[in-house]
Structures are given as structure tokens and as C-alpha cells.
Design a protein around this ligand. Structure first.
Ligand code: NAP
Ligand code: 8YV
Length: 316
């Protein structure tokens, strides 16, 4: 029987789908030191949540496939996997709608301060103090700049169209399948818009690219929304920009050092913070779990993965 290793806190549906078809071993976290000689001898596939260092791949000499739970796979050393001829799979497409819906919610929460308004009601302040203050910011008349126009970015933009706002974007290559205005640099995009929505992956190129220069370009009516990875925002520069009123607000679902959120971000009323929940509904996480399981089943039973990442393409 094929032996799989489930690493870390794996979604229970992944385990349910694989149990019976495969022998399942578990590792509490992605640490090569915890791999037993029995695991090393038998494991040929893994399922994990965005964590697969080179050392763990090397500790599993019979490994063939790494199935990542999540579309982002920045925690998987794909270069090392490719050099060893391993296949890495991720979970694209099945979460696009959920993440795009969440992004719209986060954008509106940031602009209109709905979480604060609800707390105000729950605290009895509507009765005691009267109407909740008018929100200084609105979506009306905003110009949206998308940093990222991939699978999820396009779904966010499609939803924003219904709100009647103008949409532009920056990516390394312009797309010929969207009608939005393209800007060839993040700085030019940030200068042209007042609302920046970040949905790019964590790569060496995207590190802290949203910094004081970009925030200054966004301007005093500017709002930053980040649903990509915390890595892309220079959090110190963001706190400084909020403190100095260089921008008007921010909505963040992702942070550089999760689950730790910089203390400096917690004090602002014009900042809306979510604990990385963009895809976190039971239905969407189940769909992601199914895709993790389908990749492993398809590989071991039919000899090909369903959704390999571009760095480790299936060559037949
Ligand atoms: P995707 O389809 O691969 O799209 C990525 C987009 O980013 C593309 O438009 C790409 O365009 C652009 N991009 C990549 N590198 C860039 C760079 N250096 N400069 C400018 N643009 C760049 O990915 P996706 O499925 O939309 O997912 C995007 C990311 O969202 C994931 O990798 C993940 O990190 C994050 N995510 C977060 C959550 C959450 O829970 N908050 C959920 C799902 C995904 P070019 O290649 O032309 O540059
Ligand atoms: C999840 C994500 O938070 O897919 C991604 O890249 O960031 C999110 O959908 C992640 O997969 C954890 O389960």
C-alpha cells in the first residue's frame, strides 16, 4: 500500500478522503528531524499546509509528490523539489470566488467601518450616545488599482465592476483578456489610483514592494487592501504612513509574521484587520481539501497530477 505523510494541522477532509486508499502517517510539523527511519523508507507522497523545506524533502528519499493545501506555495521549496524531479501541486481556482468575496467585505469594512459600527451597537452606545459617526471614507468615486490580476485578482475586479468604480492594474506583463487600464510599474499605478488592492504571490520580487514610496504615491485619500501575503507590505512603513496620515486607511487579511500582528497596527480606527480568513469557509476549505486529495489519488492511481505548479510541470 502507498504510504502518505500528512504534515502539520491538515484539514480533516484531506485525511478522510485519503484514509482507506493509502496508509497514512502523520508528522506534527514540517521538521526533518522528526522523520523516523520507517517514514523515510515508506513515504512517497505528502500533504501539507504551505510548509515543505528542502531538508524535509531530503529526509524522505522515496518522495514523489508534494500536495500543498493552498494556492500560494511560498512555503514549499519548489526549486529544490524541481531539482529532485518531484511534483508539487497547489489548489488554484476553487477558492477564487471566496477570496474575492472576502476582499470586497474587507474593502467595505475598511472604508465604512462596519465592524466598529457593530461593536458600537453591541456595547449599547447607540442608545447611550446616539447615532454612530459618519464614516470619513466611502467606496463612491474611488479609483481602484489592482496589484495582481491573476485568477483571484480577476474575480475581485469583476465584483468591483458592479460597484461602478474605475479599475486599473499592474502586473509584470499586461493581459490581453481584460479591459482595465494597465500601468507598467507599481509606482505609476499607485500614483494614478487612491485604492490599492494587493493580490500577488510571495516571491523574492514582491518582498516589501508596498513601502513608504508607494504609500506616498497613493496619497492622503489612499487606502491599502492586502489579501495576498504580508511579505509584500513593509509593515513599518505602513504604520508610519497611517500615523502620519500619508494614507487614509488599510484593510489587511495577511501579515508578515502570522499569527503575530504588529502591535502598532491595532490602534488605528481606520484599519480593518482579519486573521487570514479570505478562503476560510467550510465549503471552500472542503473544495481545497478535495483538490489536495484528488492530486494525490490521480498521481498514485492514474500517474498524473491534477494541478501541478508551473515550476514542476508534469511531463507525462
Ligand atoms: P495567480 O493566478 O498566479 O496570479 C498572480 C498575479 O500576480 C498575476 O497577475 C501575476 O502577473 C502577478 N504577479 C506575480 N508576481 C508579480 C510581480 N513580481 N510583480 C507584479 N505582479 C506580479 O495567483 P492567484 O491564484 O490569483 O493567487 C495570488 C496569491 O494570493 C497567492 O499566491 C497567495 O499568496 C494569495 N492568496 C491569499 C489568500 C488569503 O487567504 N488571504 C487566499 C488565496 C491566495 P504577472 O505574472 O504578469 O506579473
Ligand atoms: C489559506 C491561502 O489561508 O490558498 C492560499 O494561498 O493563503 C489560503 O487559502 C491557506 O491555504 C491555509 O489553509
Amino acid at each position: 500500500m502507498t504510504t502518505l505523510l500528512l504534515i502539520g494541522k491538515v484539514n480533516s477532509r484531506v485525511r478522510e478522503r485519503l484514509t482507506g486508499r493509502f496508509e497514512i502517517l502523520e508528522l506534527p510539523s514540517a521538521r526533518a528531524e522528526d522523520v523516523t527511519s520507517d517514514m523515510a523508507a515508506r513515504v512517497t507522497g505528502t500533504a501539507s499546509f504551505n510548509a515543505m523545506p528542502a531538508s524535509l524533502m531530503d529526509a524522505l528519499p522515496n518522495l514523489k509528490i508534494i500536495a500543498n493545501f493552498g494556492v500560494g506555495y511560498d512555503g514549499v521549496d519548489v526549486r529544490h523539489a524541481a531539482s529532485k524531479g518531484l511534483i508539487v501541486t497547489n489548489t488554484p481556482d476553487v477558492l477564487d470566488d471566496e477570496v474575492a468575496d472576502t476582499t470586497i467585505g474587507l474593502l467595505l469594512n475598511t472604508l465604512r467601518q462596519f465592524p466598529r459600527a457593530e461593536n458600537y451597537l453591541r456595547e449599547g452606545r447607540w442608545v447611550k450616545d446616539g447615532a454612530f459617526p459618519l464614516s470619513p471614507l466611502t467606496l463612491r468615486g474611488r479609483r481602484i488599482g489592482m496589484y495582481g490580476m491573476g485568477r483571484i485578482g480577476q474575480q475581485i475586479a469583476k465584483r468591483l465592476e458592479a460597484f461602478g468604480v474605475r479599475i486599473s492594474y499592474y502586473t509584470r506583463s499586461p493581459r490581453n483578456d481584460v479591459q482595465y487600464d494597465y500601468f507598467p510599474s507599481l509606482k505609476e499605478l499607485a500614483t494614478a489610483v487612491d485604492t490599492l488592492v494587493c493580490i500577488v504571490p510571495k516571491t523574492p520580487e514582491t518582498r516589501q514592494t508596498i513601502n513608504s514610496e508607494i504609500l506616498a504615491a497613493l496619497g492622503s485619500n489612499g487606502v491599502l487592501i492586502n489579501v495576498g501575503r504580508g511579505w509584500t507590505v513593509h509593515e513599518g512603513d505602513l504604520i508610519d504612513a497611517l500615523e502620519g496620515k500619508v494614507i487614509a486607511g488599510a484593510g489587511l487579511d495577511v501579515f508578515e509574521d502570522e499569527p503575530n500582528v504588529p502591535e502598532g497596527l491595532l490602534k488605528f480606527d481606520n484599519v480593518s484587520l482579519l486573521p487570514h480568513v479570505a478562503s476560510a469557509s467550510v465549503a471552500t476549505r472542503n473544495a481545497m481539501a478535495d483538490l489536495v486529495a484528488d492530486n494525490l489519488i490521480s498521481w498514485f492511481e492514474h500517474g498524473k497530477p491534477v494541478t501541478p505548479v508551473p515550476e514542476t510541470p508534469f511531463k507525462g
